[in-house]
Design a protein around this ligand. Sequence first.
Ligand SMILES: [Zn+2]
Length: 483
Amino acid sequence: MKRRFLLGLILTSMLGSILVGVGQAEGQTSGEPKKRPRYSIRAKYDDRTAKVTGDLSVKVPVTGEPMTRLYFHLYPNAFANWKWGKESKPEQPGYLKVKNIKADGAKVVQRVKETLMEVRLPEPVQPGHSVQVKMDYELKLPKGGTRLNQFKNTAFLAQWYPMLAVKDKEGWHTDPYTTTGDPFYSRISDFEVTFEVPEGYRLITTAGDYRDPVMKPVTLRQDRVRDFAAVISKDYEPVEGKAGEIQVNLWYLKGMEDVAQELHDAAVSGMEFFSKHFGPYPYNEVDVVLGETGYGIAGMEYPGLVTSVDKIPTRKGERPAVNVVAHELAHQWWYAVVGNNQVKEPWLDEGLTTFSEFLFMQEKMGEDERGLLVKAAERTDQIHKEKGITSVEPLYKYSDPIYGMMVYTRPAAMMWALMDELGKDKVMKLLSTYYSCYRFRTATTSDFIRVANEVAGKDLQPFFDRWLYFKPDPKSEKQKRAS
Ligand SMILES: [Zn+2]
């Protein structure tokens, strides 16, 4: 995600003044998991009732220990009884109801509590086998919802189906929804989604798109993605092009014509830049969908599909949201392909993504934001002194304004400092090595540090301790004592 208040921070610094406001690998030790959950979803959209109805089947491979229960996230239920700030409260609520759940054909007991559903299996499923869970669902889209939303002639389907929770060595991850950060954690799966939409609607998805109105049910398939997002719309128009072999589509609404081409050029340039430095993008296509995605959010990432506002405000007026598009596209590398537990260690994708965005803005757009990062590092030192909080904490620990500084900006500053220490080539080598090692897997902070040590050929633990955990540098402590 890209946060709106960070935009203010960046822009102010560009104008010359300062604004200082306010894992576990998936049960595997090496290589990509061979067996992935396999979803098959049918989704019928009714624009008049703002409902999506259908059924979902997911085949879940069992590894480790016998499986006695499963958990699913029903994130749309966050919009049923809004518990968070008034400013982000949807105008009309939404929900996700599930019924007729079966496991391998047998009825099961389920328990739903807000955004979490527990499914108890009639009998344990042994490792090496799999269990097929089927259910019917009814999704009501909130109006004015964050990420998940119905807006004029468009439905944004984000975290919209019963999403299988992650089970790893730590057990099941059943963390609840919250409005700070992206409270989602999922693992690589295969998807087959059949959409049926009213007359005149087009489809933009994690898999392929339908540029012309969809007349009959259509089935889309995408293997090896963490999530499946879709935008069903009558209104979006595409700008199309290629970044090497990758199809790059930018979708805009009426009134955004003046920035569509420039943002498409930036998207192509970004995909080329990140592919060159970090490693190949593994999917055929990527979509950038312009428009609002919720309160406080400038953009959001999903596999193969990102959203971004079209323009960002500056004191000299609005300008195209090039850095937001770059940020969200960099998340394809840090979130979509290399996963991390975004609830437990949100810095790992947001920090690397913010660094990638800054690098792109400097090298491709000629905007040097180094000064901002230095200031952010100083400010976060002060925040740590006052509150004791570090950059490696679960997202529930951060208040909203501190979250951006600690989780986005300080780790980006850290990566820049690492370039001073090792040189740019070594840092690019670190990122490309990390990418190729953890492609389609879930990495942790210690995985990242291990790769960094290997690539650097020296122990960088004190460096990361200082930057991420605010531990004093043993070398400088020694010097202090000597003097
Ligand atoms: Zn982000």
